[in-house]
Design a protein around this ligand. Structure first.
Ligand code: ATP
Length: 528
C-alpha cells in the first residue's frame, strides 16, 4: 500500500473517530453549557445582592443545602435536578451574533469589477489588473454614491493593452458600466488614454422647465436649447421658475460667416422635433422671414399662418412644391443681386440680405407622396438653397423622424452640418446622426425635447429644447401657451382672444417683454 493511501486512510479514521466522539460527548456539552448559564446567573445575583444582605443569603442557602443533604436520597435528587435543569437551559446553543449588513456600495463595486473582468482581463498575464481573484480596491481609485445609493462617479484604471482607441471596445465597457450603474441616467466617460484611466460621471438631468422667451443673443444666433456647464462656454440669463438664472445655451450661429449654415434634426416619434422647429421659427422671426413646410400635415405650425414675416405655411405637396420652387428662384435672385452689388462696390439691398428661413418638418412624407404621384421630390428643390444658402442668407432647417434617415436626400445630409438628435437613442444611432461618437451613454428614458446637438466639427453636447408648445393646443399648459403667444410677431384673433383668457385663468403676469421687432422690411412676396 502506498504512503498516500496510508495517509488518506488515517485521515478517514481520524474523521470518523472525531464524529463519534462529538456524538458521544454531545449530552455532556449541553449540560456543561447549562451549568455555565447557572453559574453566570448565580454570579449575577451575587453581584446584585447588597452587601448587608449577603450574610443572611449565605446563611439561608447553607441551611437549604443542609436540609437537602439530610433528606433521604436528598443529595442524589438534588444532583439529578441540577443536571436536568442544566440540560434544559443548555439545550440550544447561544444564537450567533447577527451577521453585519453587507455594504451596498461594496456589493455594487464588486459586481461591477466582475462584470468588467471579461473585457479587461488577459488570461496569459501573471498578475492581471482584472481577474477572477482580483479585488476592485486594486483598480478603482475613487468612487462616489449619491443619496439614493446610486453610483455617481467612478475612477478606474485599465491595462495598457486594452484597445481604448477603438470605439467598439470602449462602447462595450461603457455599456457594462451603465448596465450595472443604472440605465435611467446618462454617464459621461472621460478616457485618459495616456495614463490608462477612465473617469465615469453620472450626469444630472437638464432643466426641463425653461419656456420659450426672448433669449439674449445677437442676430443670426439661434438658441437650440440648453446644456450642462461642460457643453457651453457661456451662459445667458433665462427666466426660469419665476426668477432669472444663468443657463448654458447651445447656440447655433447662422449667416454669411457660419460654417454650419443648415440644420438637420432627427428624433423618434413625439420626441419634440416639431417643437424645435417652432422654437427656431420664433427666434428667426426676430430678424428674418420664413416659410414652413409641414410634411406631416398635423397643423402644428398653424399658429404661424398670416404672421408678419411668415411667407407661407404649407401642408400639401402642391403648396410645398410651389413654395420651394419660389425659394430656389429667390436664392438665385439674391445671388445675382449680391454679385451685382459686389461688382459695383455698393452695399447689397436689404431685400437680399434679410435672412430667409426654410423650415421643413417631416419633408420625407412629401417625398413619398411625390414619388407615388410621379412629381418632383421637394428635397430636390432644396439643392440650390442648401448649396448657396450661406451666401444668399437662406437657412434651411430639416426635421424628421429617425426612421426616415435613409429617405433624406444625400444633398440634405451632406450640407446640414449642424445636427440634432432627440429622444431615446442608442450610441450607434446618435453617432450616425451626429457623425461623431458620443462620450456619453444615453439614458433609456428621456423627457420630450431631450437629446444631443453637434454644431459642425465640435464635440456633441447634451441638449434640452425650450418648452415651446403649440399655442393652439388646448391641452398644453396655459402658461406655456401664453409664453409662445407673447413671442409671435403680432396677435391674430385666434390667439389674441385666448391670450386674454389665459392670462385671466393662469394668473400669468402679463409683463413678459414683447419681442423686439425690426421695422417691416422691403421684401419680395412669393409669386405662386
Ligand atoms: N422641449 C420640450 N419641452 C416640453 N415638452 C415638449 C418639448 N418638446 C416636445 N414636447 C411635448 O412633446 C409632445 C410631442 O412634441 P412634438 O410634436 O414636438 O414631437 P415630434 O417629434 O414632432 O412628434 P411627431 O414626430 O410625432 O410629430 C408635445 O406634447 C410637446 O408639447
Amino acid at each position: 500500500m502506498s504512503l498516500t493511501r496510508h495517509l488518506s486512510r488515517g485521515r478517514d479514521l481520524a474523521r470518523t473517530a472525531g464524529d463519534h466522539a462529538s456524538d458521544m460527548f454531545a449530552p455532556l456539552t449541553v449540560i456543561g453549557r447549562g451549568l455555565r448559564h447557572h453559574s453566570d446567573w448565580v454570579k449575577a445575583r451575587w453581584a446584585a445582592t447588597p452587601k448587608e444582605k449577603r450574610g443572611p443569603t449565605i446563611f439561608l442557602t447553607a441551611a437549604g443545602v443542609l436540609g437537602v443533604f439530610l433528606l433521604p436520597h436528598g443529595p442524589l435528587l438534588a444532583l439529578v435536578a441540577l443536571m436536568a435543569s442544566a440540560a434544559w437551559v443548555g439545550r440550544s446553543p447561544k444564537a450567533p451574533p447577527a451577521a453585519p449588513e453587507p455594504d451596498a456600495a461594496d456589493l455594487k463595486l464588486t459586481a461591477l469589477y466582475a462584470a468588467l473582468t471579461p473585457y479587461l482581463a488577459a488570461p496569459e498575464e501573471l498578475s492581471p489588473m482584472y481577474g477572477p481573484d482580483g479585488r476592485y480596491q486594486d483598480v478603482f481609485s475613487g468612487w462616489e454614491f449619491d443619496d439614493q445609493g446610486r453610483l455617481a462617479g467612478l475612477d478606474l484604471g485599465y491595462p495598457a493593452y486594452f484597445t481604448d482607441t477603438e470605439p467598439a471596445a470602449r462602447a462595450r465597457v461603457e455599456q457594462v458600466i451603465q448596465g450595472k450603474a443604472g440605465r435611467s441616467r446618462e454617464y459621461r466617460f472621460d478616457w485618459d488614454e495616456e495614463s490608462n484611466r477612465l473617469r465615469v460621471t453620472a450626469l444630472a438631468p437638464l432643466a426641463t422647465d425653461i419656456a420659450a422667451q426672448p433669449f439674449v443673443t445677437t442676430p443670426g444666433e439661434i438658441v437650440l436649447g440648453f446644456t450642462d456647464d461642460h457643453g457651453s462656454r457661456r451662459t445667458i440669463p433665462v427666466t426660469q421658475d419665476g426668477g432669472t438664472v444663468q443657463q448654458p445655451p447651445v447656440v447655433w450661429r447662422t449667416g454669411a460667416r457660419s460654417s454650419e449654415p443648415h440644420l438637420l434634426a432627427l428624433g423618434s416619434a413625439g420626441s419634440g422635433t416639431s417643437t424645435l422647429i417652432r422654437s427656431i421659427a420664433l427666434q428667426a422671426l426676430r430678424h428674418g422671414d420664413l416659410m414652413v413646410i409641414d410634411g406631416a400635415g398635423t397643423g402644428e405650425h398653424a399658429c404661424l399662418v398670416n404672421r408678419p414675416g411668415v411667407h407661407t405655411v404649407e401642408t400639401s405637396l402642391h403648396g410645398a412644391l410651389a413654395a420651394l420652387e419660389w425659394a430656389a428662384q429667390e436664392t438665385e435672385r439674391r445671388l445675382t443681386a449680391l454679385n451685382a452689388a459686389r461688382h459695383h462696390g455698393v452695399a447689397a439691398p436689404e431685400d437680399v440680405t434679410r435672412p430667409l428661413w426654410l423650415l421643413l418638418d417631416h419633408p420625407t412624407e412629401l417625398t413619398e407622396l411625390a414619388h407615388a404621384e410621379g412629381r418632383p421630390d421637394p428635397q430636390e428643390l432644396l439643392e440650390l438653397p442648401l448649396r448657396h444658402g450661406r451666401a444668399a442668407r437662406v437657412t434651411v432647417v430639416v426635421a424628421d423622424d429617425l426612421t426616415a434617415y435613409d429617405r433624406i436626400s444625400p444633398t440634405v445630409r451632406a450640407t446640414t452640418r449642424a445636427r440634432v438628435v432627440l429622444g431615446p437613442t442608442s450610441p450607434g444611432t446618435a453617432e450616425a446622426v451626429l457623425a461623431a461618437p458620443l462620450d456619453i451613454t444615453p439614458a433609456t428614458q428621456t423627457p420630450p425635447g431631450r437629446g444631443y446637438a453637434r454644431i459642425g466639427a465640435s464635440a456633441p453636447v447634451r441638449l434640452q429644447v425650450p418648452v415651446t408648445v403649440d399655442p393652439l393646443d388646448d391641452e398644453a399648459p396655459a402658461a406655456h401657451r401664453e409664453a409662445v403667444i407673447t413671442l409671435l410677431p403680432h396677435r391674430d384673433t385666434r390667439t389674441e382672444a385666448s391670450a386674454v383668457d389665459l392670462k385671466a385663468d393662469s394668473g400669468v403676469p402679463s409683463g413678459t417683454p414683447e419681442m423686439p421687432k425690426e421695422p417691416p422690411a422691403v421684401r419680395p412676396r412669393p409669386v405662386w
